[in-house]
Design a protein around this ligand. Structure first.
Ligand SMILES: [Zn+2]
Length: 303
């Protein structure tokens, strides 16, 4: 068996088969491509590439210009999938009942997303985006309570609120969380993913796109960068911005650590439940997480 990092993805050789996981280029001689979810840094290039992925991932990838052909998972008895709770359609893979790849992962149930329930495995490949003890987010429901309170307070004071996050992931949850307010809007890039979420029955309503005719005070669920937001603020100076991201642990004045990833303690919980003989950490704080796990008596190494 051989597990190695190739580009932003992983190549696994096991029992005469070569599995390419996530963003691996086409010319690595892989027999099969597995795609965990539709964030760009996980999508392999290649038009018409045949992949094992969820229907949602294939639809979302299509909106980003990746045209995959989805293979029938039932025909591959060596591969099992589990919801990984990260974004809609995200899945973890088990190869030959032995090697578990989490992909980006979140253990919390969040509205229409089921949190990851880790199965046991011999070998674990786990993401380490927040694999540093500094990153502990607190309970998800508590963070949402705080978010609702902060946003309501601003709206009642007549201020607009911009909620800033990566367009695919949290904004779909936020669209549902704030659908009770009549002046909630989304940016066009969020709307695009909301439409896919409606098509797959996660959302009933994709929301309204932010334009010139908006009514105030508004809530804008934004997947856009600072330039776009600065432009809105120059027209509506009574606007507050809240950034939603795990990184906000370090910048509490700028937002809340609402994340699509597991925090440090949740990553440790996953490792505990999988109870693997060997661990490979990947992405983010992969060295820190591996060092800690080795201290705890596991056999971990970053890739
Ligand atoms: Zn992701």
């Amino acid at each position: 068996m051989d597990i190695k990092r190739v580009g932003n993805g992983i190549l696994i050789k096991y029992k005469n088969r070569k599995y390419a996981i996530d963003r691996v280029s086409k010319n690595t001689g892989a027999d099969i491509f597995l795609v965990s979810h539709a964030h760009a840094d996980h999508l392999p290039p290649g038009r018409g590439l045949k992949v094992i992925a969820s229907e949602e991932t294939v639809s979302l990838a299509r909106t980003r210009g990746y045209k995959y052909f989805r293979l029938d998972i039932d025909k591959y008895r060596d591969i099992e999938t589990y919801p990984s709770g990260h974004i809609i359609g995200s899945i973890a893979f088990m190869i030959e009942g032995k090697i578990l790849y989490t992909g980006d992962v979140n253990v919390n149930d969040r509205l229409f997303l089921n949190g990851f329930r880790p199965p046991q495995a011999d070998i674990l490949i786990i993401e380490a985006t927040y694999g540093d003890p500094k990153y502990r987010f607190g309970r998800f429901n508590k963070l949402i309570d705080l978010l609702l309170r902060r946003v309501s307070r601003e709206i009642l004071s007549g201020n607009n609120v911009i909620l800033q996050a990566h367009p695919l992931g949290k904004p779909q949850l936020l669209t549902k969380i704030f659908d009770w307010y009549k002046h909630t809007y989304v940016t066009p890039n969020v709307y695009r993913y909301n439409i896919v979420s409606v098509n797959h029955n996660y959302l009933e309503d994709p929301g309204k796109v932010f334009n010139e005719e908006i009514e105030q005070p508004f809530i804008l669920i934004s997947g856009k960068g600072n330039k776009y937001i600065d432009n809105i603020i120059s027209k509506h100076n009574n606007t507050k911005i809240l950034t939603l991201s795990g990184w906000m642990v370090r910048y509490p004045e700028r937002g809340l650590p609402v994340s699509d990833h597991s925090d440090y303690s949740e990553l440790l919980q996953i490792v505990d439940k999988v109870s693997p003989r060997e661990i490979y950490t990947i992405y983010g704080f992969k060295e820190k997480l591996a060092t800690y796990l080795n201290k705890e008596g596991y056999n971990a190494k970053p890739i």
